[in-house]
Design a binder for this molecule. Structure first.
Ligand code: ADE
Ligand code: ZN
Length: 335
C-alpha cells in the first residue's frame, strides 16, 4: 500500500481544527455573492494568492476578513458539511471542532444562527458518513477577559452542544491568566478545557494554560521544547499536544517541515497528535499533514499508527466509542 493511502486510511481523530479556517476560496467567493458581502478580491485565484503569511497575525487579519461572508444558518451548515466530508475522506472518525463565536457575534450574527447550522450538518454527516464530532468554543484572546465571560453567558442556551472551551487568536502579550474567570465558569458547568499555547508564545504560557486554566490538552505547544522540565511534565502527565505542522511552516514557526520538533517530542514520549488547524489557508487537511510529516521526518508506519492512537486517546470521547475506534485502528495496523 502506498504511504498516501496508508495515512488516509488510518482511523484517527482530528482535535485541532478551526471551522472558520476550512472556508475554501471557492465557498468564500460563492457566499460573498450570495450574501452581498464585498471582498477585497476579484477572483478565487486572487484570494489564494493573498495567502502568503509572515507570522500568526498576518494570517489572522485575512482569516477574520474571510469569515465575514458567513451570515446565515445555511452558510454555517455548508461550511461544516464541506469540512466533515473532507475529514471523513482522510480517515477522520471523530473530530473536535473549534469555533470562534466572537468573530460572528461582533458582526451581529448570533448564537442561534451558527449553532443551528453546525448542529444540522454534524447530525447529517454522522448519519451519512459515520463521523462523530463535537464543538469546542474558543475565546478570542486579543479581546478582554470580560468579553470572554460575556460570550460564555451568551452561549448559555446552547451549552449542551458545546463540549469544551478553548483559547485562540493573537498569542504573544495575551497570556492565559487573563481568562481565568471565563474558564472557571465553563468548568463549573462541566465543560472540558483546552488552550492554544506555545505556538508563538513562551513555554510559561503552556504552564499557565495547565495551571490556571485547567487545560487538559495544549494546542500547538511546540515551544515546550525550550524547557526541559516542562517536557518532562508533559510526558509524566501525558498531556496531549495537538500539533499542526503545515500551519507551523506557513506561519513561520518553523522554517521547514524537516526542522519541525514533532518526531523528537514523540520519541521523548510526549503524547503528540497531528492536525490541520486552518486547512483552507495552510495548504492541506489532516491527511496531507500526516503525509507531509511522514516524508519530511521519515516517520515509520509504527510512528503513524502511534500518532493516530494518540489522537484517539486524547479525544474527549465516551469510553465505548474510544474502544471501538482504537480497535478499528488495531485491525487496520494489523492488516
Ligand atoms: N485561530 C485560527 N488559527 C489559529 C492559530 N493557529 N493560532 C491562534 N489562533 C488561531
Ligand atoms: Zn489553532
Amino acid at each position: 500500500m502506498t504511504l498516501d493511502s496508508f495515512v488516509r486510511g488510518l482511523p484517527k481523530a482530528e482535535l485541532h481544527l478551526h471551522i472558520e479556517g476550512t472556508l475554501e476560496p471557492e465557498l468564500m467567493f460563492e457566499l460573498s455573492e450570495r450574501n452581498q458581502i464585498a471582498l477585497p478580491f476579484a477572483s478565487v485565484d486572487e484570494i489564494r494568492a493573498a495567502y502568503e503569511f509572515t507570522d500568526l497575525q498576518s494570517f489572522l487579519d485575512i482569516y477574520y476578513q474571510g469569515a465575514a461572508v458567513l451570515v446565515h444558518e445555511q452558510d454555517f451548515a455548508d461550511l461544516m458539511t464541506a469540512y466533515l466530508r473532507r475529514a471523513a475522506a482522510d480517515g477522520v472518525r471523530h473530530a473536535e471542532i473549534f469555533f470562534d463565536p466572537q468573530t460572528h457575534t461582533e458582526r451581529g450574527v448570533g448564537f442561534p444562527v451558527f449553532m443551528k447550522g453546525f448542529a444540522s450538518a454534524q447530525r447529517d454527516a454522522e448519519e451519512a458518513l459515520g463521523i462523530t464530532s463535537a464543538l469546542i468554543m474558543c475565546f478570542l484572546r486579543h479581546l478582554p477577559g470580560e468579553a470572554a465571560i460575556e460570550t460564555f453567558q451568551a452561549a448559555g442556551p446552547y451549552l449542551q452542544q458545546v463540549q469544551a472551551v478553548g483559547l485562540d487568536s493573537s498569542e504573544v502579550g495575551n497570556p492565559p491568566e487573563l481568562f481565568v474567570a471565563a474558564y472557571q465558569a465553563a468548568r463549573d458547568q462541566g465543560l472540558r478545557a483546552v488552550a492554544h499555547a506555545g505556538e508563538e508564545g513562551p513555554p510559561s504560557y503552556i504552564e499557565g494554560a495547565l495551571d490556571v486554566l485547567g487545560a487538559e490538552r495544549i494546542d500547538h505547544g511546540v515551544r515546550a521544547d525550550e524547557d526541559d522540565a516542562l517536557i518532562e511534565r508533559l510526558v509524566a502527565e501525558q498531556i496531549p499536544l495537538t500539533m499542526c505542522p503545515l500551519s507551523n511552516v506557513k506561519l513561520r514557526v518553523f522554517d521547514t517541515l524537516a526542522s519541525h520538533n514533532l518526531k523528537r517530542l514523540l520519541d521523548r514520549g510526549v503524547r503528540v497528535t497531528i492536525n490541520s488547524d486552518d486547512p483552507a489557508y495552510f495548504g492541506g487537511y489532516v491527511g496531507d499533514n500526516y503525509l507531509a510529516v511522514a516524508e519530511a521526518l521519515d516517520l515509520s508506519r509504527e510512528d503513524l499508527v502511534l500518532l493516530a492512537r494518540n489522537s484517539l486517546e486524547a479525544a474527549f470521547l465516551p469510553e465505548e466509542r474510544r474502544r471501538q475506534l482504537v480497535s478499528e485502528l488495531e485491525d487496520y495496523a494489523a492488516s
